[in-house]
Write a protein that binds this ligand. Structure first.
Ligand SMILES: NC(=O)C1=CN([C@@H]2O[C@H](COP(=O)(O)OP(=O)(O)OC[C@H]3O[C@@H](n4cnc5c(N)ncnc54)[C@H](O)[C@@H]3O)[C@@H](O)[C@H]2O)C=CC1
Ligand SMILES: O=C(O)C(=O)Cc1ccc(O)cc1
Length: 313
């Protein structure tokens, strides 16, 4: 059986994701010792006060010494410099991974600084919230969520198996994927939705004829959901868009074309086109619920008919 327990887990960055890993690893006894590197004295103090790490270092190089599992948990734009700083302090045989929302550029940023005696396996837990910082994390974050690993043939099989066992022990379902494909898939399922949220909330805020207090007062559920996403960390998301530029621009091109088709249907009073598109998208939601990816909402006895036909106006 694959050994899951590590001697020393070093987390570089102890925000939402780093602190959630620390909590889950501690809860499931996945490491004898958990240490972190954090830039600010405040983060180091909070992490220690929360009892989620045994030691907190200012220097990332000090944190990785003696660690057999190292996880980069900072915004992706910081990776290259951090990898350069820790490269020569890594332990022989260590597994080095990350949690970045983008994979292709991460490999280019971290890979060249990794000595050949470590296994570097890029990773991405597709789980999170709009919150940030060490107090925002929780041990259950990864339960029933996918964690994508993109070893791209570079890491040893036992190391990939061990990291898979680590994420599985924290409740995740693990999938191995090509890094480039990961970036394309996540561009449409995560990155563009965040861009849309930032944009719509920004547009509402810029309106001259509608006051900010009206936007807040009359915000319907849909807009409120967008405001949650648009409250996500600006540094993290700036880095995501700058580091997944090609895939995001490709998907944005398609999105814009489809938006134009909707715009045309509204202008032409083409209810049938609108109804057909909205029906197709409703089926996707059903599939997400059926796959156990979302909690079903109460139905309140509403009868959904499949034979509703669009009204011709
Ligand atoms: N927030 C989310 O929902 C998810 C985030 N991710 C990925 O996880 C990573 C971390 O995100 P969060 O934990 O949400 O962010 P966070 O803002 O909660 O924490 C980031 C941590 O990195 C540290 N940090 C920032 N800049 C640094 C630098 N230049 N040098 C050293 N440390 C630095 C911060 O002090 C903090 O401890 C990102 O790469 C993000 O793409 C992945 C899945 C979900
Ligand atoms: O808060 C939300 O709804 C998210 O979508 C969280 C999230 C953010 C970034 C990721 O790479 C993965 C998950």
């Amino acid at each position: 059986m694959t050994e899951v327990k590590f001697k020393r887990l070093a987390l570089i960055g102890i925000g939402l994701i780093g602190s959630s890993i620390a909590r889950a690893a501690r809860k499931h006894k996945l490491a004898d010792e958990i240490v972190c590197a954090a830039r600010t004295a405040d983060s180091r103090r909070v992490a220690k006060e929360l009892g989620i790490v045994d030691m907190a270092f200012e220097s990332p190089a000090d944190a990785v010494k003696g660690a057999d599992l190292v996880i980069f948990c900072t915004p992706v734009g910081t990776y290259e410099k951090l990898a350069e700083q820790v490269g020569s302090s890594l332990e022989k045989g260590a597994i080095v991974t990350d949690v970045g929302s983008v994979k292709n550029t991460v490999i280019k940023a971290i890979g060249p600084h990794m000595p050949d005696y470590v296994d570097f396996i890029p990773g991405h837990p597709v789980a999170g919230t709009e919150k940030s910082g060490p107090a925002a994390g929780f041990a259950e974050l990864f339960i029933n969520r996918w964690c994508i690993l993109t070893p791209n043939g570079q890491a040893s099989e036992p190391a990939v198996e061990r990291l898979t066992a680590f994420w599985t022990a924290m409740g995740s379902k693990v999938e191995i994927m090509d890094a480039e494909h990961h970036d394309l898939v996540l561009a449409i399922t995560s990155h563009i939705p965040h861009l849309i949220a930032y944009n719509i909330v920004g547009t509402a805020d810029d309106l001259e004829d509608v006051t900010q207090s009206e936007v807040i007062k009359y915000s319907a559920g849909g807009f409120r959901d967008f405001t949650r996403i648009a409250a996500s960390d600006p540094t993290m998301w700036r880095d995501v868009f700058l580091h997944n530029k090609d895939a995001v621009l490709e998907m944005l091109g398609r999105f814009t074309e489809d938006l134009t088709a909707l715009q045309r249907a509204i202008r032409r009073d083409d209810g049938e086109t609108l109804f057909n598109i909205f029906s197709r998208t409703r089926a996707i939601r059903r599939q997400i619920i059926d796959a156990g990816q979302e909690t079903p909402e109460p139905d309140f006895g509403r009868v959904h008919t499949s034979d509703e036909t669009p009204k011709k106006s």
